[in-house]
Design a protein around this ligand. Structure first.
Ligand SMILES: O=C(O)c1cc(C(=O)O)c2c(n1)C(=O)C(=O)c1cc(C(=O)O)[nH]c1-2
Ligand SMILES: [Ca+2]
Length: 688
């Protein structure tokens, strides 16, 4: 059999070859449940390392590997594709699409990638710069490549994994924090020829709508504010497919800009933002939609993982679709028609009290409404969500969904007038950057209130059967197996397994770095393997650095595969301690100057270097910047550091403003020094 000779028939019958993991969620229903039982709740403690492979870039790793007939196809940062012998880890080939290294600034959440799809001897990857590329599965040589961007002058990116249905490769894009318009496109798997495109939000209302769905959606928007800001609705991650109904489900993202007033005069539902939309996969035609957050204004994407299952609810067998989007409610929909069956909170939520059963609409509390003219509002969950892209899993035996949830909150405040229109490289959401105090004691308190939780969620009863708490948010996706196991990677650098029925911790092993991706399991030569894609990054450590420090991990990207009795060793973790350099003198600056420096830092730099210049450790913490680099700071900002992933900021800020940013960083280094000195001083030091 030629490599990666997967087709729809094989995916439909995935349970007949449980040793392979042939599509993103293993099956079209994306349950991430494996029927394999060789590794089970009786022997899982005998798992040892089978093999490891280091990846090129120590940025976030989010890929679900595809494993077919003994070969693993997976990705790392910058959309680099790796093929390994799945038994030994021996590299077979590597393909680097050469995404320009300074493109990082054009995405909200680093140059991550969630994996490939395979089909009839080809491997498909969505490159961060917007290309969809087909590779020859034998050698990784490109066969075709298309540019999926609607407008190359906008910050369109791809981080999601393609799905393939009826010979069509389906892919969306990211960019709703940068002023783009969302859509999903289908390309012929053989040739790359475009088959259809479904827009998720309307275009310019002065032009005719593209189709009936856009005509319907347009009625739910007001004014034309969104035209310049794209409208958003990017479908940057999840899809699922029901072959019996022949329905493709896409998860649609947040509005662009977040600011609902700038976007739509603060009026209307704004379809299809934050919605699940069912499409015909052959034509791209609309079938139904369910909107989780009408009038979205909090980055409440509904791009989170969707699982299809058959559940018995009130005595009736229902074909359901389950999703736990960012907004904090767990939804169970009838997937034949999009009707709401139930929705309950799975984490604390303040923007809505409940979802009304009769209308299917949330009942908003007003507590998170930052447009009420009363200033900053604390929004729960935060823009990182009660759940983000980390995939869930569903175990048909226990009937439970294993959900990597998180408790987070953030302060949001609208700009009165747009500071600027969206430009490349710079996040612009029509809000002031999320507020975070500088006082380390308060930051510590907030950080401790941000929790990660693995929930074993009963979707029929709509409540947790068991849960495990973690020291930070941003723990990994899950995998359920017929061996009564749930596997998960953790933010604090472990691979763990729980009993699926009781939640008892049965096994854990260090993996050196935060493990966020969904693990997979497969067999080669009759032996079962479990693979974790490891590597800390993505939006949590990059933007909300201070909240992520309790994870106490460094970025270190690697494939780590386990098997029963595995004897390989994991290389020791990188652990160089950061040393504060000789501090730059504090120049006397006015309050106003320091405030301007802080605003600019948080607006321009914090998306990677962290709010208030506290980095989560994936991108350098500028408080530790050496005197030498302070000497040519302007050169770095204007020139960028392309080889390290930093774009040029020559456009948009003048040298005086760059100097204000530098002064702000210096004050933050001094504050850190004082904090470290205080921590090092003996608790009851005698007065001098
Ligand atoms: O609106 C968008 O277009 C968009 C894209 C992406 C992305 O492509 O990674 C993320 C988000 N939004 C987002 O809101 C978010 O929380 C997020 C986290 C991550 C990540 O990989 O860590 N990506 C994204
Ligand atoms: Ca977003």
């Amino acid at each position: 059999r030629p490599p990666a000779d997967v087709n729809g028939q094989r995916i439909l019958q995935a349970d007949k070859e449980p040793g392979n993991w042939m599509s993103h969620g293993r099956t079209y229903g994306e349950q991430r449940y494996s029927p394999l039982t060789q590794v089970n709740d009786h022997n899982v403690q005998k798992l040892g390392v089978a093999w490891t492979q280091k990846l090129d870039w120590d940025f976030g790793v989010e890929a679900t590997p595809i494993v077919v007939d003994g070969v693993m196809y997976t990705t790392g940062a910058y959309s680099i594709v790796y093929a390994y012998d799945a038994r030994t880890g021996q590299p077979l080939w590597k393909y680097d699409p050469q995404v320009p290294r300074d493109k990082g600034g054009e995405g909200c959440c680093s140059v991550v990638n969630r994996g490939v799809a395979v089909w009839e001897g080809k491997v498909y990857v969505g490159a961060f710069d917007g290309r969809l590329i087909a590779l020859d599965a034998r050698n990784g040589k490109p066969v075709w490549s298309v540019d999926t961007r609607l407008d190359p002058n906008k910050s369109y990116t791809i981080t999601g994994a393609p799905r393939i249905v009826h010979g069509k490769v389906l892919i969306g894009n990211g960019g709703a924090e940068f002023g783009v318009r969302g859509y999903v496109t289908a390309y012929d798997a053989k040739t790359g020829q475009q088959a259809w495109r479904f827009f998720t939000v309307p275009g310019d209302p002065s032009l005719p709508p593209e189709d009936e769905a856009m005509a319907m959606a347009l009625k739910t928007w007001s004014g034309n504010g969104w035209v310049k800001w794209g409208g958003g609705g990017t479908a940057w991650d999840s899809m699922a497919y029901d072959p019996e109904l022949n329905q493709l489900y896409i998860g649609v993202g947040n509005g662009s800009p977040f600011n609902y007033k700038f976007r739509s005069d603060g009026k209307g539902d704004n379809l299809f933002l934050s919605s699940i939309v069912a499409l015909n996969p052959d034509t791209g035609k609309y079938i139904w939609h369910y909107q989780t957050t009408p009038g979205e204004m909090w980055d409440y994407t509904a791009t989170q993982h969707m699982i299809l299952a058959d559940l018995t609810i009130e005595g009736k067998k229902r074909k359901v679709l389950m999703q736990a989007p960012k907004n904090g409610f767990f939804y169970v929909l009838d997937r034949t028609n999009g009707q709401l069956l139930s929705a309950e909170k799975f984490v604390p939520v303040n923007w809505a009290s409940h979802i009304d059963k009769a209308t299917g609409r949330p009942v908003k509390t007003g507590a998170a409404d930052y447009l009420d003219g009363k200033g900053m509002k604390i929004v729960v969950p935060s823009f990182l969500g009660g759940h983000n892209w980390q995939p869930m899993s569903f175990h048909p035996g226990t009937g439970l969904v294993y959900l990597p949830a998180q408790e987070t909150a953030a302060g949001l405040e609208p700009q009165q007038e747009p500071m600027f229109m969206p430009i490349r490289n710079v996040v612009n959401i029509g809000l002031d950057v999320p507020q975070l105090p500088e006082d380390p004691k308060i930051v510590k308190q907030i950080a401790e209130s941000w929790k990660g939780r693995l929930l074993a969620w009963d979707p029929v009863a709509q409540k947790a059967r068991w849960s495990v708490e973690y020291p930070t948010a941003w723990n990994g996706g899950t995998l359920a197996t017929a061996g009564n196991l749930v596997f998960q990677g953790t933010a604090d650098g472990r691979a763990v397994a729980y009993a699926a029925d009781t939640g008892k911790l049965l096994w854990q092993a260090p993996v050196n770095s935060g493990a966020m991706a969904g693990p997979v399991t497969y067999t080669v030569g009759g032996e079962q393997y479990v693979t974790f894609m490891v590597g800390w990054g993505g939006s949590f450590p990059n933007i909300t650095g201070p909240m992520s420090l309790n994870a106490k991990v460094k970025p270190e990207s690697r494939v780590v595969t386990f098997k029963l009795g595995g004897q390989a060793t994991l290389p020791p973790a990188k652990r160089e301690a950061a040393v504060l350099p000789l501090l730059q003198p504090l120049k006397p600056s006015s309050e106003a100057e320091l405030k301007a420096g802080r605003t600019m830092f948080n607006g321009l730099c914090a998306n990677c270097h962290g709010l208030n210049a506290v980095s989560g450790g994936v991108v350098p913490d500028l408080r530790y910047l050496s005197p030498e680099k302070h000497g040519y700071f302007l050169g770095i900002v204007y020139g960028g550091r392309t080889e390290r992933g930093m774009p040029s900021f020559a456009k948009g800020i003048n040298p005086e403003q760059v100097e204000l940013i530098r002064q702000y960083i210096i004050t933050r280094s001094h504050a850190l020094k004082a904090e470290l000195d205080a921590a090092a001083a003996p608790a009851s030091a005698p007065a001098p």
